[in-house]
Write a protein that binds this ligand. Structure first.
Ligand SMILES: Cc1cc2nc3c(=O)[nH]c(=O)nc-3n(C[C@H](O)[C@H](O)[C@H](O)COP(=O)(O)OP(=O)(O)OC[C@H]3O[C@@H](n4cnc5c(N)ncnc54)[C@H](O)[C@@H]3O)c2cc1C
Length: 584
């Protein structure tokens, strides 16, 4: 039997949490290996929007402060959280961002309103994103093997859009055709990349963030060993000293001298764990994360050596529509309804034909409202998006492009009256989708009167800056409220989808995994969706999952380096100097 390899740190999972743990540890001089179960690296993080919520980030001059951040968060918390862990998040996330900036990762504030605009000290400068990355800066092998972006962030599965292009094209903002043609030209004139792969060399959103970070990781000689999944943790005398991995069915051990960082994402793709933890039934296939990845093995491995868990009862919700595509993976079929539901000329109803939410609110709030309504009425999860011909002409619906680009006749025949429903009247539509006709008629009639006054007295739709991002500026007086009055009328089913799960192993402010007596398990760390969220069941703003993932990966590496005697004052000063220079 071969002697096991030994690294200072072994990181399980190559998403944002794992990448930050690895990068920071390698930058501090530790030897690091990343093991990644999937064929591609980068995790859900690489497929994502790549936004990180970092309060008091000071990446540009801002009036945000630590106190203001706490005023905002404290007013929103839904239940108990670990106070010191939350404080660690608010204090360490700007440090994590500074560290990335110090290495040349171009983070910028995004003008993205916090998700609760009516809460005290809500702002629009706490979300941070990364400028695009030229994927060809990676070796060819790594260029093609980073997980690709979520399909809806690419056009025709090829042309990668940044957030600006995404909003310009999806809302048909002035100049959107020029934006689109420029993307086409950029892609097809890149002959060199076209000879290699269909992959767009311009990594955007989550791809941009992970591209910049992995460039730094590879430059520090760190290996990402793909197709290598955690099988179990090795613990002796109460300390985790390594792990057993599985590589195409072959099991072997790897030693970790100072720590194992579990960063293997959530359990959204494990039906048994969903059924065990979630309060209402759901299905793996409603998730919008990649289906071959996060199945909770690292959560189970931690639990099996005595780790405790927290906040496992909720997902990072995002309503999804499941468009059937023969032979395609779930990741291709799923459409995130968040980009449809807040638009004018539409309404969302439960199966009693009643509204239950401000449809333009944040996606996690929408999911929480679905759960609450389901508990109350038993007639939600799934619910319906109902819209009229004006909506259909202007906006995407359930993954179909607007009718001006994709008329009804181009929708596959097997989708009608199965995935998308159509009728000449509201009553006819109600009948097709088995919703009480009088209730649906009343709801639509109320929405039409709200469209006239511009005020939604039930849920306040369109009454704040976040909602208005999904409005149509041409519609007055309220861009989120347009009449639902032009036949034909349509409906698409909305499921309780997710971006991942909010709960996981209970970790403390130093990212150490805790046992059932809240004592750290020596040598074991967790970050990202593998650990419980510092916010509990709250998604405070855009980037509320990747921000903590990256931050606690960073925190874990700092803690391990301190224990290894590598986080010296000189090293800290060097990083601070580097970041001040980069931000000057
Ligand atoms: C389309 C989309 C857009 C999103 N946009 C945003 C956004 O802009 N901002 C935001 O904050 N959140 C966003 N999210 C959510 C966010 O992407 C995730 O919550 C976040 O990326 C989780 O990071 P992570 O590092 O914990 O896990 P992941 O990025 O999922 O990485 C986990 C990795 O672990 C690997 N793994 C799993 N099991 C094992 C095992 N047994 N052994 C080894 N490896 C294993 C997986 O293959 C995966 O590569 C989005 C999600 C989606 C789907």
């Amino acid at each position: 039997m071969n002697t096991p390899e030994t690294y200072d740190v072994v990181v399980v999972g190559s998403g944002a949490a794992g990448a930050l743990a690895a990068l920071r540890a390698a930058d501090l001089g530790l030897s690091v290996l990343i093991v990644e179960k999937a064929h591609k690296y980068g995790g859900t993080s690489a497929t994502s929007g790549g936004v990180m919520w970092i309060p008091n980030n000071q990446l540009s001059p801002s009036e945000d402060t630590r106190d203001k951040a706490f005023t905002y968060i404290n007013s929103l918390l839904r239940g108990p959280v670990q106070r010191d862990r939350l404080e660690a998040y608010v204090d360490e996330s700007p440090q994590m961002a500074r560290f990335l900036v110090s290495l040349g990762v171009p983070l910028v504030q995004a003008a993205w309103p916090d998700y609760f605009q009516n809460a005290p000290e809500a702002r629009s400068d706490r979300s941070v994103l990364c400028e695009t990355f030229d994927g060809r800066q990676l070796d060819d092998k790594y260029f093609v093997s980073m997980r690709e972006q979520y399909n809806r962030f690419k056009i025709f599965r090829r042309y990668a859009m940044d957030i600006g292009e995404f909003f310009a094209i999806s809302t048909r903002a002035p100049g959107w055709v020029r934006v689109f043609l420029k993307m086409l030209w950029r892609y097809w004139s890149d002959i060199d990349s076209r000879m290699l792969s269909s992959r767009d060399r311009r990594f955007t959103q989550g791809g941009a963030l992970m591209g910049h970070i992995y460039k730094e990781i590879f430059e520090r000689g760190v290996e990402v060993r793909t197709e290598t999944g955690l099988n179990k943790l090795i613990a002796s005398n109460g300390r985790v000293s390594g792990l057993t991995v599985s590589h195409f069915g072959r099991l072997y051990d790897i030693n970790a001298t100072y720590g194992v960082v579990l960063a293997a994402g959530g359990f959204e793709w494990n039906q048994a764990l969903r059924d065990r933890f979630f309060p209402i039934p759901g299905h793996t296939r409603f998730s919008s994360s990649p289906e071959d990845a996060n199945r909770g093995e690292a959560l189970i491995a931690g639990m099996s050596i005595g780790a405790s868990t927290e906040h496992t009862e909720a997902g990072w919700w995002i309503p999804t529509m499941h468009k059937p595509m023969t032979g395609a993976s779930n990741f291709e079929e799923i459409h995130q309804a968040a980009f449809d539901v807040g638009r004018p000329h539409s309404v969302c109803v439960n199966r009693n034909g009643k509204r239950f939410v401000d449809e333009a609110c944040s996606y996690d709030e929408f999911g929480i409202a679905m759960v609450e309504d389901q508990k109350k009425t038993g007639a939600n999860t799934p619910c319906w998006l109902v819209f009229d011909a004006t909506f259909r002409t202007k906006f995407t619906a359930g993954g179909f492009l607007p009718a001006m680009i994709m008329p009804d006749w181009r929708i596959p025949a097997d989708c009608w009256d199965h995935y998308i429903f159509k009728a000449e009247s509201i009553d006819g539509l109600a009948k097709k989708i088995s919703v009480p006709a009088d209730a649906l008629r009343n709801t639509v009639s109320s929405m039409n009167s709200y469209a006239k006054t511009g005020v939604d007295p039930e849920f306040g739709r369109g009454g704040n800056a976040y909602d208005l991002m999904f409005g149509d500026a041409n519609i007055k007086p309220n861009p989120c409220l347009g009449p639902i009055d032009k036949a034909p009328f349509y409906a698409v089913l909305i499921n309780l989808g997710d971006l991942g799960t909010k709960g996981g192993l209970k970790a403390n402010a130093r990212a150490q995994v805790l046992d059932s007596n809240d004592r750290p398990i020596p040598g074991l760390y967790a970050a990202g969706n593998n650990a419980g969220s510092p916010f509990g069941n709250l998604y405070p703003g855009a980037g509320g999952t990747i921000g903590p993932a990256a931050t606690f990966g960073f925190v874990a590496a700092n803690d391990i380096a301190a224990q290894a005697g590598k986080l010296t004052p000189e090293k800290s000063t060097e990083v601070k100097a580097r970041s001040s220079e980069a931000m000057a």
